[in-house]
Design a protein around this ligand. Structure first.
Ligand SMILES: Cc1cc2nc3c(=O)[nH]c(=O)nc-3n(C[C@H](O)[C@H](O)[C@H](O)COP(=O)(O)OP(=O)(O)OC[C@H]3O[C@@H](n4cnc5c(N)ncnc54)[C@H](O)[C@@H]3O)c2cc1C
Length: 370
């Protein structure tokens, strides 16, 4: 009961565990996967952080300089493994928590296999991007082609010579489209419902993340205007290629949809060169075709839904009043949501999520000690 339980050995869970340990608090991390950083191990091969190394490290141990400015997926996994070892964090892998219920004096956790554990203090760090979400399109069940979520995409090899439709122009969808175009897919289209905000990953060595950090504090109308002006200056006009300008300002979209802009790691070049063709949003499926919002149809071999994630927290907890309609905890990031219950890693900011989880881990440890 007195041991603090942290749920999830990703960046957030490890950072909190380290902060608690540094304050002499006994804690254990339960992880469903076979090792720490399970989410990152499963991400696509070409993935590098969009946030810079120096602003992506966790408390007490920065990401080593040798991993470069834009840290690759495998190096981030290595860093998180080293982080857990360095601070002697007690991680129990292969321990999926299936249900959390309020107990007599804290929280009771049901673990896969039928075990139960109780604790007075539970810290949930199971990831904001937890459960892949694929929309239920009409006719989808009839579709005979391949449909996968971006979470299951690794590299372009299986799609060589294939006609692929990527749905959703977010960071994952845009980078996967570029990867496919470079990797030999016969045609790559990108279905767009809401035009993306696209920013350069860096300009003359100045990273977009720093803009997010510094300018993110501006009032909403000011940042909306400024980011639209910057996009006009630094990006080619993509309207003639089928990508309209966003109608909603960047900071408004961050507030209303927890949206972060797309960092250009090749998509603008590929759209201009015609290697990735923007098309209208997907409306539905037939046996062998995909119907788009502009009335046209496509016959791709493969559809990759880069359509986002849910938190999966409503499935974990009995109490729906803990969450908003999107499944994000109403109270998170430092203050307890209930006595002895904290959520870490659910705040989407323009400064980067890894930086944010580092900040939140300090707050949670302070709140616990307080
Ligand atoms: C493609 C992609 C690129 C990204 N790039 C960046 C970037 O450049 N910079 C940045 O700051 N952020 C980036 N992010 C966001 C990234 O998710 C976070 O930075 C970071 O991984 C969040 O860490 P976390 O610990 O909150 O979640 P996760 O890394 O998802 O860790 C959660 C852990 O909890 C475990 N878990 C989940 N449910 C259970 C359960 N029921 N029982 C036990 N264990 C459980 C999981 O297996 C996992 O190990 C990116 C995300 C994606 C998808």
């Amino acid at each position: 009961m007195d041991q603090v339980i942290v749920l999830g050995a990703g960046a957030a869970g490890l950072a909190v565990a380290r902060q608690l340990k540094a304050r002499g608090v006994d804690c254990v991390v339960l992880e469903r996967g076979p090792g720490v950083a399970t989410s990152w191990r499963g991400r696509y091969d070409r993935l590098h952080l969009h946030t810079i190394r120096s602003l992506s490290g966790l408390p007490g141990f920065p990401i080593p300089r040798r991993y470069g400015r834009w840290v690759g997926r495998d190096d981030l996994v290595r860093y998180l493994e080293t982080y857990a070892e360095r601070f002697g964090i007690d991680v129990r892998t292969g321990t999926p928590v299936e249900r959390v219920k309020p107990g007599a004096d804290g929280w009771t956790l049901q673990i896969g296999g039928g075990t139960e554990l109780s604790t007075r203090t539970l810290i949930v760090a199971t990831g904001y991007l937890h459960t892949p979400v694929v929309p239920q399109w009409p006719g989808q069940e009839k579709w005979t082609g391949t449909l996968l979520h971006s979470a299951d995409y690794r590299n372009p090899e299986p799609f060589r010579g294939k006609d692929v439709l990527v749905v959703g122009p977010g960071n994952s969808g845009s980078e996967i489209a570029t990867d496919l175009a470079e990797g030999g897919a016969s045609a790559v289209r990108l279905a767009i419902r809401t035009p993306p905000h696209i920013v350069r990953r860096e300009t003359a060595g100045w990273p977009a993340q720093m803009n997010g950090l510094l300018l993110g504090r501006l009032p909403e109308p000011a940042l909306n205007t400024l980011s639209a002006a910057m996009a006009r200056l630094e990006m080619p006009d993509l309207r003639r290629y089928g990508i309209a300008r966003p109608s909603e300002g960047l900071k408004t979209r961050l507030r209303t949809h927890r949206y972060v802009p797309v960092q250009d790691v090749g998509i603008v070049r590929d759209v201009v060169a015609g290697r990735v063709r923007p098309v209208a949003a997907v409306e539905g499926f037939t046996e062998d075709s995909v119907r788009l919002a502009d009335g046209s149809t496509l016959r791709p071999d493969v559809v990759i839904a880069a359509t986002g994630y849910g938190t999966g927290l409503r499935e974990l907890f009995d109490d729906p009043s803990l969450f908003d309609e999107t499944g994000v905890p109403l109270v998170h990031g430092g203050a307890p949501a209930r006595p002895g219950l904290f959520f870490v890693g659910y705040d989407v900011t323009l400064g980067g999520m890894l930086r944010q989880v580092a900040i939140e881990s300090r707050r949670v440890a302070r709140a616990y000690r307080g």
